[in-house]
Design a protein around this ligand. Structure first.
Ligand code: DLL
Length: 433
């Protein structure tokens, strides 16, 4: 279902014209209002009037997370604080977070994009949306919240955590859509099953999951266990929050809201733009934001863009599932390993539980990768020989996919920590990175 058919299905030529017009006004604005950009443009010898076509975007400077940190908290805002009505901040694990500010128009646009995303997943008035993304500085909770209200759905602002209560509300309120991280959705499934809940008997029909990487195999698992259609929502606080892109029921990638953002794929090492269809780092330029417009923001997320029209009729380019971030890539004995590759193997294997943790260490000279994975109750009581056999097969499979010999450590059911928000998949104990 379309929320804003005109923009969602706009012919690409018209879309490009709209993008150019919006990009010009954004570039003008940041040049006038943000000293950081004025300086960067001057360094490149670029003036706003030089922007003649969308191709000229590649002559503009990049913006990085570090730039936002360097201007902490409000130094990159393009409007006076009197016009900002809300701030959010990224979930930085070290140092200062990056802070973003929204004007009233920004919040209205964001709610519109979330309403668009929820409608894409089949949401409408009368749906009961249980929003289990965390509320607070994180953009998931409040971001989804206002869009779901705009859609006219019944919003249950339960936030993350308190799993028993989540399951109770889900049954009592007749939740039809669940919004949370995929890892938390898995935990809800597991706890529900343990409590004897039959998800097939519930009206739950769709899940809008994101905020962390998840694999196609995890999708199938969640769809089967919760008896829903599970769709991927992507976004990042610097650029807006959830709703930068959203998957449609065709499940062939997430449509980037190109009337608000211009996506590019670049080579992360050289910064060179890559053609459609190539894998690289996603770079996003905001073209409607007022509070903190960003030019060519380097997301560090790795993806591929496809501009072909989708069977759903939408014309906005699709991005492939983000398989990892340039900065989550592990280098194990010189080989690049993404945690998502391990997840994919484990779920495809299907003989263990889908809960895992990668523990990386360097006790001697060599890196050591341990894949900690949970056994099911049934396997846990199985004979040692069968476990040995499982261990060997899993190790071989991981070796063939990762090119790295990992140690498998089976652990008891329900011993790997569950997350209520973004899952922690890696514990890196090496001193040197
Ligand atoms: O995670 C915004 C969000 C909230 C998206 C709720 C979707 C749903 P941050 O905390 O700033 O914002 O983290 C952004 O999370 O650069 C990606 O690395 C990762 N990420 C977000 N969505 C996905 C996804 C929110 N669908 C960072 N698949 C991004 C893979 C994702 N990674």
């Amino acid at each position: 279902m379309y929320w804003d058919k005109e923009h969602e299905t706009m012919p690409r030529e018209e879309l490009s014209a709209l993008q150019l017009q919006r990009l010009k006004s954004t570039v003008d604005r940041v040049y006038r209002a943000v000293p950081f950009y004025r300086q960067k443009f001057l360094e490149k010898g670029f003036e706003p009037g030089d922007l003649k076509s969308l191709d000229d975007l590649q002559h503009l400077p990049f913006t990085t997370k570090q730039d936002l940190r360097d201007h902490y908290p409000f130094g990159m805002f393009a409007v006076p604080l009197e016009e900002i009505v809300r701030v959010h901040a990224s979930s930085g694990t070290t140092g200062k977070p990056s802070v973003v500010g929204y004007t009233r128009n920004d919040l209205a646009n964001w709610a519109g994009l979330i309403a668009r995303s929820l409608a894409m997943a089949g949401g409408a008035r009368g749906d009961v949306i249980q929003n289990a993304y965390g509320y607070g500085l994180f953009t998931g909770g409040l971001g989804l919240h206002y869009g779901a209200e705009l859609l006219g759905a019944v919003v249950v602002p339960v936030s993350g955590g308190n799993t028993d209560r989540q399951l109770m509300l889900m049954q009592d309120f007749g939740t039809t859509m669940l919004t949370c991280t995929p890892s938390y959705a898995l935990f809800l499934a597991e706890e529900g099953e343990a409590a004897g809940l039959d998800f097939k008997k519930l009206p739950l029909k769709a899940g809008v999951f994101g905020a962390e990487f998840w694999t196609e195999n995890m999708r199938r698992e969640l769809e089967a266990r919760l008896d829903i259609m599970a769709l991927d929502i992507y976004g990042l606080s610097e650029v807006m929050g959830p709703g930068v892109s959203m998957e449609c029921p065709a499940q062939k990638g997430a449509h980037v809201a190109e009337d608000h953002f211009i996506p590019e794929i670049i080579d992360p090492d050289t910064g060179e733009p890559l053609p459609y269809g190539s894998r690289g780092e996603l770079v996003l330029t905001t073209i409607t934001k007022e509070g903190i417009p960003l030019i060519r923001y380097r997301t560090r997320d790795i993806s591929v863009l496809h501009p072909e029209e989708c069977s759903c009729g939408r014309t906005h380019a699709r991005m492939e599932r983000v398989a990892g971030r340039t900065d989550d890539m592990l280098i194990i004995r010189g080989v690049n390993v993404f945690p998502s590759q391990v997840e994919s193997v484990l779920l495809e294997f299907g003989e263990t539980e889908p809960h895992y943790l990668l523990v990386v260490d360097r006790k001697t000279e060599l890196d050591d990768l341990e894949v900690r994975v949970e056994l099911s109750e049934r396997m846990f009581s199985d004979r040692v020989r069968e476990l040995e056999d499982l261990e060997t097969r899993l190790r071989q499979k991981l070796l063939s996919v990762l090119n790295v010999n990992a140690r498998i450590k089976f652990v008891e059911p329900r011993t790997i920590p569950r997350s209520e928000g973004k899952a922690m998949r890696v514990m890196d104990r090496r001193d040197i990175k």
